[in-house]
Write a protein that binds this ligand. Sequence first.
Ligand code: SF4
Length: 426
Amino acid sequence: MGIENFISWYVSRQASRYFSFENGGSIEPPPAPDRPIHLYIHIPFCAELCPYCSFHRVPFMEPLAREYFSALKQELGMYRDRGFSFSGVYIGGGTPTVLPDELFDLLSLITGDFSPSEISVETNPDRLDRGMLKRLADAGVSRVSVGIQTFDDQILKAVGRYEKYGSGPHLKERLTEAKGIVNTLNTDMIYNFPIQSLKMLESDLETLMDVGPDQITFYPLMVSDLTRGKMKGIMGRVDHSKEKRFYEAITSYLDGRYEPNSAWCFSKAGTSMIDEYIVSADEYLGVGSGAFGLVGGRIYANTFSLPLYAERIRQGKFPLSARKIFSARELSRYAFLMGLFGLSINLNSFRSRFKAPLWRLLGPELLFFSLAGAVRREGEKLVLTRKGQYYWVAMMREFFTGVDNFRDLSREAAGIRQPPDGLSSH
Ligand code: SF4
C-alpha cells in the first residue's frame, strides 16, 4: 500500500468517526463565542439539477425559495439576538444567485447587522454577467466563486453541463468578461474525471492562463459511496490512479504564475486573495437547511428537510438536527488537518489554543508525516512541503467524501430522494 493509499484509508476512517453524530429533536444552539467567527449560509435551490451532484440542493420553485429566504433571515436574527457576530461570510449552495432580489435583501441584512470584513458568494456560469457582478460588489461581496469544472466539451456533455451552461469556448468568453469587477474572482475546476486525459487537463490549464482569473481552485473528483456505482454508468470507474500525476501537472504548470493558498487553491502570484473559510476559520456557524457549523469544539448540522426547517423557524426554534462533540484530541487533529491544508501551522498559536504542544497531542502523526517528507519545521511554523501537498489533497478528498456520505444519509433520513448520480463538486 503506497503512502497516499494508506493516508486515504486512514482519513476515510477518521471522517466516518467525525460524522457519526448524535441526532435528536431538540439540540441546543451553541453559546456565542466572545469574538467574531465565520458564517456559512446555505441556499439549496438550483434552476436545474445536475444529474451528478450530491450537494444538498432541490429544484427551484419560487414560492418555496422566497419562504426559505425569509426563514434564513429569521434564523440569522435568532443568532444575532444570542450575541453572535461574524468577521466573514460565505454563501454557498445550490445556487445562491438563483433569486437575485432575495440574495441582495439577505446581503443588506448581513452588512447592516454584522458588518463582516469579507463576503464570498458562489454562482454558476449563467449568472456570470458584468451587471450581476457589479451589483454583488456594490453589496459588499469581495469574492465570487464560479463553478466551471472544465472547458472540455466532451466532459461537459458527459456531466450534463454543456446544455445548461454552454460549451468550453462560451465559458471562456464569460469568464474573460467577468474579470476585474470583484476583488477575487475564483474559478472552481475539477480534475481526474474517468474520461479525462492529461492532454485534456493541459488544455484546461492553457485556457485558464489565457483568461487569467484571480484565483483557481482545482478539486480532485470526489464521489460519495452511494453514488460511486451510478457514476460508473456515466463516465466509467472513478479511481485515484491518475490523480497524483494530474495534481503534479497542475502544480508544475501553475508554478511561477499562481501561488498556492492551500493544497488545492491557487492565487495569482504577488496578489493577496481571500482564502476558503474552512482553511482560515477556526470556528464557523452554519445557517440554512443542511448547513454545518463548528463552534466551541462541537459540529452542528441543521435539518436537511426544507418543510421541517421552515416549521422550526416559524415556531421560533433553532433547526438543529445533529451534533457531535469533539474530544480534545479529535479537535486538535482537525486543526492539524485544516491548518496544514492551508500550508502551515503556527506552533505557538496551536499550543496556546490546545494548552499543549503539537508534538505532545499528535506525536505519532507528526513523526509519520515528518518521515514521509510531508512536513518540516521552519522556526515557529510547521509547513507543508511540496511533496506533502498531494498527501493533503488525498486527505481532504477523503474528508469531503465523508461529508458527502453524511449528506446522503441525512437526506435519506429527511425523506429526500437521492439524486440519480453523484459527483460531489459544484
Ligand atoms: S452542481 Fe451546482 S448547479 Fe449543479 S445541481 Fe449541484 S449545486 Fe446545483
